[in-house]
Unconditional design. Structure first.
Length: 86
């Protein structure tokens, strides 16, 4: 995107970079603590009937497998141009 060196592009797109950083940090936390999708994932029963509202947010940032995280963060990075149009 433009003539900015690739290494400096995260500074040009701070919101996209922050989303990627948060997702990677959450994945590391999940991996480091041996958590699974049942610990951080979301379901209708858990969120609404059991009142575990935090699961609605954490499920958005939890990527249990490294390949899932990689593909989603690549997709997020390819959409970074939308940030510059906001």
């Amino acid at each position: 995107m433009g003539d900015v060196p690739e290494i400096l592009q995260p500074f040009q797109f701070p919101a996209t970079s922050a989303v990627i950083a948060v997702n990677c940090a959450v994945h590391y936390y999940i991996w480091r603590n041996g958590l699974g999708y049942g610990d951080v994932g979301s379901s209708h029963r858990m969120v609404w009937k059991e009142g575990q509202w935090w699961r609605a947010l954490t499920a958005s940032f939890s990527h249990i497998s490294l390949i899932h995280l990689g593909f989603n963060m690549y997709s997020t990075w390819t959409l970074r141009g939308a940030e510059s149009r906001l």
